[in-house]
Design a protein around this ligand. Structure first.
Ligand code: HEC
Ligand code: HEC
Ligand code: HEC
Ligand code: HEC
Length: 132
């Protein structure tokens, strides 16, 4: 425990003295195609996701989180391991209804914010599921 604390303090020091690369979390790909592999629909509907664009205005914690041993959601902490949504949000993981598939979790996160933005374009299916 003490060691962890000392390391944390040392890292905080490094971060404030300008070695930013050591402190920056892996930001992941700039553009991601989201697609279910555990619970795929009969007609797959991949979603396009401009990750980098969302990172410009949102916090990592607005979307990313973890899970504890009891299956409860744990808030995002800087530098945590980021897993695929579907590794938790799948029909075999015992998640609550409405969050038990990639589709439902994706729609809950993505569509609700898009709806709240008031920009009607953003809630259209084709915004995230463009026709090829
Ligand atoms: C804000 C983004 C967004 C909008 C708008 C949206 N979706 Fe999705 N949708 C997703 C995400 C994310 C997933 C999960 C990843 C995937 O499989 O595509 C998903 C998954 C799905 C799936 C499951 C696909 C599969 O292969 O399992 C279907 C079906 C679907 N959406 C239909 C719709 C329909 C119909 C609309 C319009 C009424 C819509 N979506 C609007 C983001 C969106
Ligand atoms: C608007 C929501 C959103 C925000 C904000 C966001 N991300 Fe993501 N991020 C995602 C989604 C969705 C994925 C794709 C997950 C998947 O493939 O299941 C992802 C994927 C990633 C991955 C790759 C994970 C993997 O194994 O494929 C990393 C790393 C990552 N994000 C880091 C970050 C960091 C760091 C921030 C903050 C600077 C951030 N993200 C902000 C939604 C977001
Ligand atoms: C390590 C496991 C894990 C990963 C990875 C994960 N989630 Fe979750 N998520 C959870 C748990 C646990 C809950 C809380 C479920 C409950 O209410 O009991 C949750 C809740 C949610 C909720 C409900 C609103 C809220 O914030 O409580 C949404 C929406 C959601 N997740 C979407 C996503 C998306 C999208 C991704 C990928 C970017 C993702 N989750 C990645 C475990 C995970
Ligand atoms: C907390 C709010 C929020 C969340 C969560 C969110 N978005 Fe967005 N998204 C926005 C806003 C705001 C815009 C418009 C930004 C702009 O045009 O500059 C946008 C734009 C987009 C666009 C259009 C980009 C363009 O170039 O026109 C796509 C596609 C998109 N989001 C997909 C997704 C997907 C898929 C998810 C879930 C994985 C998601 N978004 C989650 C707020 C959000």
């Amino acid at each position: 425990m003490k060691k962890v604390l000392i390391f944390g303090v040392a890292l905080a020091f490094v971060c404030t003295t300008g070695m930013a690369s050591m402190c920056m979390a892996d930001k992941g790909p700039a553009e991601i195609t989201l697609e279910s592999t555990v619970d795929p629909g009969k007609k797959p509907k991949p979603a396009t996701f401009p990750h980098a664009k969302h990172q410009e205005t949102l916090k990592c914690a607005d979307c990313h989180h973890g899970k504890d041993a009891d299956g409860k959601k744990v808030a995002y902490t800087e530098g945590q391991k980021i897993e695929k949504c579907e590794s938790c949000h799948n029909s075999k993981a015992g998640m609550p209804k409405g969050l038990e598939t990639y589709k439902n979790a994706g729609h809950k996160l993505c569509k609700e914010c898009h709806k709240a933005s008031g920009n009607k374009e953003l809630t259209k299916c084709g915004t995230c599921h463009p026709k090829k």
